[in-house]
Design a protein around this ligand. Structure first.
Ligand code: ARG
Ligand code: ZN
Length: 871
């Protein structure tokens, strides 16, 4: 088998040659593209001398010609093997012109220059630029780019690249050209080119220094009326970044292009973002409220990268979280300010607990700043992004918002135009604030999720309440022994009536040692501490709260996040109690009265804050529950969760109906946060009612489906129906398909709804759907909507005891690895936790992993994940 090499952070060296400028010319044709690259090159005398060869990266390209200082070189005068282009002896400064030929129409990996439908587009992060031309394709080589694009004028009227448009004109044979120039230095991963038959919507933004910026969003002609929301979000993001971070936009033009075939969410190329159309296109008929929120968040994320990522970039890929963790933190703050802080926090923490915690305890566990990788694309992970954002959030908490802002200002001041490291960031935060973050740095270098335990002792005689904390982090392949972390714990005290007690020890407690305690004096009886408010650190928390304490916190905590979290803990405990019964084959009996009472009380509360109410009333999903157990009981968890949901539904049916009616009046066109909140509460309660699965309930949900006038309501009713046994299910699915078959983003939803439903029926339905004429492995959104949803959101289906789910997914992985390794590798992680299942499932999953790795030439992407999982 081919040996894939591992790259280490400790081996980082500066580049041997700098590029002072690059002028690119692309001639785009139907069956190839010619790329001419003219570079001014300068030796880095700090580490190189006249003997140092020049080595560039290159991949999947043909070298047509090489001209050094006007001298045409023959193939023998340069090296071209193992994805490296080499000149053995070069002067200190010189010009080099390399012409390459590539085949965008055959580029199914969607990295480099490829075609999405009739549009040419690029994706260069992380290492796609080397698939276009020979270049030192690493983020610490920054240079200025100009780019001339020539193409057929009728087929490709729109020609775009980074920066400002210098010139356009017509050429012979029906062709035309456009010349773009980007005045800002950038690394190659931020280069972009787009050519296609696109239309745009235009707007402007006036910056804080009164500069007028042109804003354009390009889409296929039929989608022109679906860009309004994205444009609004962009303008909100631009204003917010000025206000909250003092960051003004720098170019005179900001362009966004939506494409249908895209490996990830979106890409922050300088002045020319390329987006997955899922994160641009929306109308209330075709997009759900969640889609609208997703668009707002991703548009903002990519915009914020202009400062955190582009103006200040990365020294090497190990530093990825420097831009991603920080930019996720910034987009989270933006969304919180635009909507509801508590609701955003809850959504983010759910994602972190179900996704990142599980990554952190599996074979792919890595620190926020990884120390090695085989394939960089495998490290665009929840650890780098979401745990990375938690690390920034903790820094801002420890410094306080004012000093954090001063630190950010200093960071931009010191490093504008440079390629830097997470260490540079932390050191700057220390410099600006005077706060010691020495121990805190472990959050970047140590993998795994710390566990914090809190036990209370309350001396009623003296009124002394002591909170005894302890922390441990389980060892893993990265570090066998873990050191104690600096963990910020945000604490409040509530008296027996739920009033906040003013005690000098309330606020931020710094847990820095393995064990420590915090002592509060003069604390009255029946007082309850509320800890880790707002989820002040990404840790697993264990407490000695009684069920009564949890019910109290759920109803009365002044911190809304902790109200939600108390509800979660209460549900988890109930599920655990029921799970023990199923495992002992005892009858489940009923749902505990205190859980029903707490739920009832939360329903009352939902009147005042519907969005938060809907979150509190939502049961943890099967993955979140599974994450609490070392050995995962797939059927038990499924059975118990259904039982709990139905038990609650029976109890609250009448009240739920009343609230459903109350929330029914909101117009579909209203996408204000309040309107979304009404729809989310209503649809959640419809799902509870639907879980009872009686014929009358089926009629009720079917009626909701038929009445729906927004995609939010339509897909919610369809999702509920799809989990029921009613015949309405088939009718609704068919009706939905016929109504939307021309809209690929909606058909993705149609696939997903079925991919996550009825796991107890096995994998048969999903296997059948993969043969549907609309299913295709070529489109990443479609793969995610069927195979991804099935693998990650349908535990009962994926883990069918006969192994059909595993075989199906492994087949898709193997087929996909030939065309798109990045997407294929993402699916492999569905098998990562195979050791946590029963013997039968373990051996079946292991067998599939072995089958995947023994295929002919697995990609580096798939090889890395499978080999780590099997290790
Ligand atoms: N920088 C992009 C973002 O976070 C993600 C691009 C990742 N692409 C990839 N092929 N790994 O917005
Ligand atoms: Zn990003």
């Amino acid at each position: 088998m081919e040996k894939h090499t591992i790259k280490y952070l400790k081996d980082y060296r500066q580049p041997e040659y700098w590029i002072d400028s690059i002028d690119l010319q692309f001639d785009l044709h139907e069956d190839h593209a010619l790329v001419k690259s003219l570079m001014k090159i300068r030796r880095n005398n700090e580490i190189a001398d006249a003997q140092t060869p020049l080595v560039f990266d290159c991949e999947a390209l043909e070298i047509v010609s090489v001209i050094a200082e006007d001298m045409i070189l023959c193939p023998g005068e340069y090296g071209h093997e193992n994805n490296k282009f080499t000149l053995f002896k070069v002067p200190e400064t010189f010009t080099l012109e390399i012409t390459t030929r590539i085949k965008p129409q055959d580029n199914t990996a969607l990295s480099g220059l490829y075609r999405s439908g009739g549009t040419f587009c690029t994706q260069c992060e992380a290492e796609g630029f080397r698939r276009i031309t020979c270049f030192p394709d690493r983020p610490d080589v920054m240079t200025t780019y100009s780019c001339i694009i020539t193409a057929d004028k009728e087929k490709y009227p729109v020609l775009l690249s980074n920066g400002n448009l210098i010139e356009t004109g017509d050429l012979d044979h029906g062709r035309h050209y456009a010349h773009w120039k980007d005045p800002f230095k950038k690394p190659s991963y931020l280069f972009a080119l787009v050519a296609g038959n696109l239309v745009c919507i235009e707007d402007t933004f006036k910056t804080c220094s009164n500069r007028l910026i042109d804003l354009r969003i390009y889409v296929e002609p039929e989608n022109k009326d679906k860009c309004g929301h994205a444009m609004t979000a962009l303008k909100q993001a631009m204003a917010w970044d000025e206000e909250k971070f003092g960051r003004e936009y720098d170019l005179d033009l900001y362009q966004i292009v939506a494409v249908n075939d895209f490996n990830m969410g979106a890409m922050e190329n300088k002045g020319l973002n390329v987006f997955n159309s899922k994160y641009v296109l929306a109308s209330t008929e075709t997009a759900t409220d969640i889609d609208f929120m997703g668009i707002q968040g991703v548009i903002a994320h990519e915009y914020f990268h202009n400062w955190t990522g582009n103006r200040v970039t990365l020294k090497n890929w190990f530093q990825l979280s420097l831009k991603e963790g920080l930019t996720v933190f910034r987009d989270q703050e933006f969304t919180s300010d635009m909507n509801s802080r508590a609701v955003k926090r809850i959504a983010d923490v759910r994602k972190l607990r179900a996704g990142q915690f599980s990554e952190d305890s599996g074979p792919m566990a890595h620190p926020v700043r990884p120390e090695s990788y085989m394939e960089m694309n495998n490290f665009y992970t929840m650890t780098v992004y979401d745990k990375g954002a938690e690390v920034i959030r903790m820094i801002s908490l420890i410094l306080g918002s004012e000093r954090f802002r001063q630190g950010m200002d200093l960071y931009f001041e010191k490093f504008d135009g440079m390629a830097v490291t997470t260490e540079d960031f932390v050191a700057t935060m220390e410099e600006a604030s005077g706060v010691d973050l020495g121990q805190f740095r472990l959050w970047y270098s140590q993998s795994g999720t710390p566990r914090v335990k809190m036990v209370q002792t309350h001396d009623l005689q003296t009124g002394t309440l002591t909170l005894n904390f302890s922390q441990t982090t389980p060892g893993d392949k990265n570090q066998k022994e873990k050191s104690a972390m600096h963990i910020p714990v945000q604490i409040g005290l509530l008296d027996k009536d739920g009033n906040e007690i003013n005690n000098p020890n309330c606020g931020l407690f710094h847990l820095k040692t393995k064990t420590d305690s915090l002592v509060f004096e003069n604390v009255p009886e029946k007082c309850i501490p509320s800890i880790f408010r707002g989820f002040s650190a990404p840790v697993k928390i264990e407490t000695d709260y009684s069920d009564t304490d949890l019910a109290f916190l759920m109803a009365r905590d002044t911190d809304p996040f902790n109200r939600w979290d108390a509800a979660q803990q209460l549900y988890f405990r109930e599920i655990d109690r029921l799970l023990e019964k199923t495992q002992k084959k005892e009858p489940l009996g009923g749902v505990s009265p205190h859980v029903l009472a707490a739920f009832d009380l939360a329903l009352d509360g939902a009147h005042t804050d519907r969005a938060l109410g809907a979150k509190i009333l939502t049961l943890p999903d099967e993955n979140e529950i599974g994450e609490n157990y070392e050995n995962i009981d797939v059927e038990g968890i499924h059975r118990v969760r259904c039982f709990l949901k139905q038990g609650i539904a029976q109890q609250v049916r009448e009240r739920a109906m009343a609230i459903i009616n109350e929330c029914a009046s909101v117009p579909a066109s209203d996408i204000s946060f309040a309107a979304m909140a009404k729809r989310s509460l209503k649809n959640l309660l419809i799902a509870y009612v639907g879980s009872l699965d009686t014929p009358a309930d089926a009629d009720f949900v079917f009626e909701k489906f038929n009445q729906a006038d927004s995609m939010t309501d339509e897909i919610a009713a369809l999702t509920t129906l799809s989990q029921m046994t009613t015949d309405h299910r088939t009718v609704a699915l068919e009706r939905f398909y016929n109504k939307w078959k021309k809209d690929p983003l909606v058909i993705d939803k149609w696939f997903s709804v079925q991919a996550v439903a009825r796991g107890d029926h096995g994998a048969g339905e999903v296997v059948k759907l993969s043969g549907h004429p609309d299913f295709s492995l070529k489109n990443p959104n479609r793969v995610r909507s069927l195979v991804g949803a099935f693998t990650f959101q349908n535990p009962m289906g994926f883990h069918t005891p006969g192994g059909e789910g595993y075989t199906f997914v492994a087949d898709q992985i193997i087929a996909l690895d030939r065309s798109n390794p990045q997407i294929s590798a993402r699916l492999v992680s569905g098998f990562n936790h195979w050791k946590r299942y029963d013997k039968n499932r373990q051996s079946r999953m292991q067998q599939e992993l072995k089958r995947i790795i023994t295929i002919q030439k697995p990609s580096r992407d798939v090889y890395e994940i499978v080999s780590k999982a099997l290790d």
